[in-house]
Design a protein around this ligand. Structure first.
Ligand SMILES: O=C(O)CCC(=O)C(=O)O
Ligand SMILES: [Fe+2]
Length: 408
């Protein structure tokens, strides 16, 4: 008798094509998010996503070496660029690449972030659908506590703010953008701001914050004058910011973000969980997404749910899909806004000190680092049950705090 054939198939030989799992629209990633995550290892030639329900894709790097480096760094490890989710990365077999070629609805050519769409299936997903089409107004956005004020910054102020930032010698270079801090320096490791930034709040801040505090019917502006920290982010076209909730323990309840230079979309993502849930994907996919276009000289005020419960995110792409002003759904309701110039955002926050003020007491413990460790926040996407456990811990902590308050 001849020996039984070896079990399983041999692994595909090295190539520039990668099979990537736990990544894709099903778990909340647009093709450009995926391209941005892999771009750290070299040029990304294409990201192919099979359909809108897929959590797998084929990423084609420009070279075999870049593909090998991506496997080494990303396989079976939490991917920081994709919200800390653990992903699988292997060389793709010919069949995976061929299957994608035959059925792919959207291929993002990540080198210039243009999208070619081949409708080979009737339910074809276009890249614009994978994007979250952005509202023009915060009423339309529908995220409680988020208010956009158009033309808040005057043209003269915009010029002065950009000039003042440009001339500041303290710029800090991050992987994809430059940042500058005033008042207190934001620490990208702890996500806290405790150390003096080496510069007081700039001279333009007082007038802006005074005017913000005087706005009527804007939740949160009553705290504007407490802002003692400013972070300036400079984004080249195509660069974004990973989804995050600004640390509850480190910053107060109102965040104000002024946009200068260029516009961009900011997307809000809500991760709701029903009970313990045993569907892994339902824990990772945002249950709601809503985006809004931030034109130059606008001010976005985030308070309440928008600040504490929803993550915000600037997608890495050169074009945004935006609703037309006054669009009623008839005709072409969506237009493409190109990110042409640099966008420089000015984010004003109020620092807080847990040692003095105690932990955050917001109503959303599942998004609250005061009650959930930062590592746990990252892990919860990968580890079933972590959210429920954290929620139980948070409830226990809240109950304990109530006792403390009653006793004092
Ligand atoms: O660029 C923006 O408007 C957002 C900046 C932001 O979210 C932050 O600095 O935490
Ligand atoms: Fe933020």
């Amino acid at each position: 008798m001849s020996p039984p054939p070896p079990r399983g198939r041999p692994p595909p030989p090295p190539s520039r094509h990668l099979y990537v799992a736990n990544v894709g629209p099903k778990v909340g990633d647009a093709a450009e998010d995926v391209a941005a995550a892999f771009a750290a290892f070299g040029e990304v030639a294409a990201v192919q996503i099979r359909d809108p329900t897929s959590a797998r894709c084929v990423v084609s790097m420009a070279t075999d070496d870049a593909a090998r480096d991506a496997i080494r760094a990303l396989n079976d490890a939490p991917c920081a660029a994709l919200g800390g989710r653990k992903i699988v990365v292997r060389f793709a077999g010919e069949s995976a690449v061929a299957t994608m070629d035959a059925t792919t609805d959207a291929t993002t050519d990540a080198t210039d972030a243009t999208t070619t769409t081949t409708k080979k299936k009737t339910n074809a997903m276009t890249q614009e659908e994978a994007w979250c089409v952005a509202a023009r107004t915060s009423d339309d956005l529908g995220v409680p506590g988020a208010t956009l004020i158009l033309d808040f910054v005057t043209e003269d102020e915009e010029v002065a703010m950009l000039k003042s930032a440009e001339e500041d010698p303290r710029w800090q270079r991050l992987a994809k953008r430059r940042v500058l801090h005033y008042g207190y320096a934001f620490d990208y490791g702890t996500r806290d701001a405790k150390a003096p930034a080496g510069a007081a709040m700039p001279s333009y801040a007082a007038a802006l914050l005074d005017r913000a505090a005087a706005l009527t019917d804007v939740p949160g502006v009553e705290r504007a004058l407490r802002c003692d920290q400013l972070t300036v982010n400079e984004y080249e076209p195509g660069i974004g910011l990973a989804p995050h909730v600004d640390t509850h323990s480190a910053f107060g309840g109102t965040i104000l973000a002024a946009s200068c230079g260029g516009g961009a979309v900011i997307e809000f993502r809500l991760h709701e969980r029903d009970g313990d849930g045993d569907d892994d994907a339902s824990r990772r996919v945002p249950s709601r997404r809503a985006a809004i276009y931030l034109p130059p000289r606008s001010l976005l005020v985030m308070a309440g749910e928008a600040r504490y419960r929803w993550a915000h995110y600037v997608p890495h792409r050169k074009r945004d899909a935006v609703k037309r002003f006054g669009g009623d759904g008839g005709g072409a309701a969506t237009e493409i806004a190109r990110r042409e110039g640099k966008r420089v955002s000015f984010t004003f926050r109020e620092t807080r000190d847990v040692a003095v003020e105690g932990p955050c007491a917001c109503a959303w413990p599942e998004a609250c680092d005061s009650r959930m460790g930062a590592a746990q926040l990252l892990n919860e996407r990968a580890r079933p049950g972590a959210v429920a456990a954290a929620r139980r811990a948070a409830e226990a902590a809240a109950a304990f705090r109530e006792v403390e308050i009653v006793d004092s």
